[in-house]
Design a protein around this ligand. Structure first.
Ligand code: ZN
Length: 437
């Protein structure tokens, strides 16, 4: 009996000692583990501090992405944020202190994630806009309202940008982007509507039906509002075809277009306008931006009387012999000046001296419009000589070059028109006659 008890006691003792050893081992393991977890969290905290600074450095003081932040940098940051996320998931909490620290690390990670999403969202927005606009519309933090488009993005592409913008924080970057987005959406709608509205009239450059005057004016207005030059030119050219006289007039081969260059001015131009009105004939005025500036009321009168206004450069420079920037401004500034008065951008360009090359046609989508009868009014400055020149040269589909800045031209006009009418000529504006040339 004693032996049995002794053995049992010994047995219990040995179990107890085994348990004690196990407890010590567990305790050591536990302490070691806490230490590891703590180290892990510390590493995350340290990593996040650097990350936060890095991310904050990619935005400027107005919260716009900085131009010089390389894409690679953003990729690295993305990897770091992801790594921290994984590390966080593996941290096990053994004490209240650890729990608290893990919570803090979690919120820091979430903050960095948010910051990363913000920066990458903004970067993506700028990339998309950069690929659509000729010039970054958010340049210098300014929304350029009349920004020219390189392409009009598809509805899907616009939706992609819209989705990105929704994730952005409400700051000035988002506000400006929303303005750009509105313009882009308007452009998309404009082009889609125009395409639909043109369809009943013109298909594959063939006229199906002629629109009435009102419709034509509305199609014209819509085309002029397109901010992508190639698309705009496509529609303006289609409209030129639609403006053609209807077939019964088409048989009349005795067509003539009177064109007046280098004006307007406040004396002879107005004399010419009243002679044209007296004879009820139309004409086209190729204006210099410089003269437009000085004679705004004359431009207004010409526009109100329904004559076509076209572009003859700003200061009559040979467009083939000046810098690209000057060429562009000679053409564009004149268009802007005319538009400011008439509300319409001219479609036709007559380069000074009739001089143009690929550089000129690459500068503008405008249609070049020259002449085939030179009245030499600039040379003779003699009403009789001008009349004689026209009589000798005029033929079917003549575009007659004259200059409204000379009183002698105005003095010759009554006789010139009377002669042409007597010979059976009808008068057309340049857009009406050009399709026949
Ligand atoms: Zn000229």
């Amino acid at each position: 009996m004693v032996i049995i008890i002794k053995t049992k006691y010994k047995f219990l003792l040995s179990i107890l000692s085994v348990l004690l050893v196990a407890e010590v081992i567990i305790l050591i393991f536990f302490i070691k583990n806490i230490h590891i977890q703590q180290q892990h969290l510390n590493a995350i905290n340290k990593n996040q501090e650097t990350l936060k600074v890095q991310l904050e450095q990619t935005l400027d003081e107005q919260q716009f992405p900085k131009k010089n932040v390389p894409q690679q940098n953003l990729k690295q940051i993305r990897a770091q944020v992801k790594e921290d996320q994984t590390n966080l998931a593996t941290v096990k909490t053994f004490s209240n202190d650890l729990k608290k620290e893990k919570k803090q690390a979690q919120s820091k990670q979430a903050m960095n994630q948010k910051l990363y999403d913000e920066v990458s969202g903004k970067q993506k927005t700028q990339d998309l806009l950069g690929s659509w606009y000729q010039e970054d519309p958010l340049k210098n933090h300014q929304f350029q309202e009349d920004g020219t488009l390189k392409k009009i993005p598809s509805t899907t592409e616009i939706k992609e940008l819209e989705a990105t913008v929704t994730t952005l924080p409400n700051d000035s970057f988002k506000a400006k982007t929303l303005l750009v987005l509105r313009q882009i959406k308007q452009q998309r709608i404009l082009v889609d509507t125009l395409q639909k509205e043109m369809k009943p009239f013109i298909q594959k450059k063939q006229i199906v039906k002629y629109p009435d005057k009102e419709k034509l004016a509305s199609l014209n207005e819509m085309s002029r509002n397109i901010k992508e030059p190639e698309t705009q030119q496509h529609y303006l050219q289609a409209l030129v075809l639609l403006k053609k006289p209807k077939p019964k007039e088409e048989n009349n081969k005795k067509m003539v277009a009177l064109t007046f260059d280098d004006g307007p001015n406040a004396s002879s131009t107005l004399d010419i306008v009243s002679i044209l009105k007296k004879h009820k004939v139309t004409a086209t005025f190729f204006m210099l931006g410089l003269m437009v500036d000085q004679n705004k009321e004359v431009v207004e009168t010409i526009h109100k009387e329904g004559f076509t206004i076209a572009n003859h450069s700003y200061s009559h420079k040979d467009l083939t012999k000046i810098s690209a920037a000057n060429r562009q401004s000679e053409i564009n500034v004149t268009n802007e000046k005319i538009k400011a008065i008439t509300g319409e951008t001219p479609i036709y360009l007559r380069p000074p001296y009739g001089a143009f090359n690929k550089a000129v046609t690459d500068t503008t989508p405008m249609t070049i419009s020259l002449w085939n009868v030179d009245s030499l009014d600039w040379k003779s400055k003699n009403p009789k000589a001008i009349e004689k020149e026209v009589r000798q040269q005029v033929k079917e589909k003549s575009v007659i070059l004259m200059h409204d800045i000379y009183p002698t031209t105005a003095q010759s006009l009554d006789n010139v028109i009377t002669y042409l009418k007597k010979e059976g000529y009808s008068f057309y504006s340049i857009e009406e006659l050009l399709p026949y040339l």
